[in-house]
Design a protein around this ligand. Structure first.
Ligand code: PGA
Length: 252
């Protein structure tokens, strides 16, 4: 595996352009000292990747990722970024299939597979986001929806790829809403995802499963302590250097 768990990841979404990103890094580096018992990953907007890469200087304990990519290496795809370009700008991770990509931009399950394959082929570690809506949960279909997002991708992974692959379970109803899945809810879904991974992949037991959705300093420890939670994907709270540093230092 190319990373240590727990993985604490910050998804900045469409926040912090290059200048603000540099300011964030200055404050964050002062607040978070390197530790070798976890992996910290920042997902800035693509346009800020290189600025962040330069700003972290020799703090190579911090990893960078791209929030979204196109599966082609290059070409006439206005507005898109390829995995190789993200890697060139300093990324070693890629977020795939975030619920905002799926629900706001119509990203399909087939596209998440192509993007995962492109990320892995370019040497990036892929973090596939899965999660159900509130209606799907109320209808009792949460586990099925998550399995449907997961299976087409993992069935096409080689065992070598699986070592560079992680899942982020992010219930859509908990993203940016202040609603957090309880540690018990997270543990239940993570164990269902673990069962699918173990059944489908020879090394499925080793694939880290992150929880995301309204993670904050106050709930990060309890979530990380829940069974089968090997990391956290943090949105809003990753934009504040002090808060994100607290989450990065949390003990499970
Ligand atoms: P949130 O976002 O922490 O602001 O809920 C999480 C995410 O979308 O990755």
């Amino acid at each position: 595996m190319s990373f240590r768990t727990p993985i604490i990841a910050g998804n900045w979404k469409m926040h912090l352009g290059p200048s603000q990103a540099r300011e964030f890094i200055t404050e964050f580096l002062a607040a978070y000292q390197p530790r070798d018992d976890r992996t910290v990953v920042l997902f800035p907007p693509a346009v800020s990747l290189e600025a962040v890469h330069h700003s972290i200087g020799d703090r190579r304990d911090l990893r960078l990722g791209v929030q979204h990519l196109h599966w082609e290496a290059e070409g006439a795809f206005t507005g898109e970024t390829s995995a190789a370009m993200a890697a060139d700008a300093g990324a070693t991770f890629a977020l795939i299939g975030h619920s905002e990509r799926r629900h706001l931009f119509g990203e399909t399950i087939e596209e998440t597979l192509r993007k995962t394959q492109a990320a892995l082929a370019a040497g990036l570690s892929a973090v596939l986001c899965v999660g159900e809506t509130l209606q799907e949960r109320r209808d009792g279909r949460a586990e099925q929806v998550v399995a449907d997002q997961l299976l087409p991708v993992i069935r096409n992974l080689s065992s070598a790829d699986a070592g560079n692959f992680a899942i982020a379970y992010e219930p859509v109803w908990a993203i940016g809403t202040g609603e957090t899945a309880s540690p018990a809810d997270a543990a239940a879904m993570h164990s269902s995802i673990r069962a699918v991974l173990s059944r489908e992949l020879p090394s499925g037991a080793a694939v880290p499963i992150l929880y995301g959705g309204s993670v904050k300093p106050a709930n990060a420890g309890d979530l990380l302590a829940a069974p089968e939670v090997q990391g956290l994907l943090v949105g809003g709270a990753s934009l504040k250097p002090a808060d994100f540093a607290m989450i990065c230092n949390v003990s499970p």
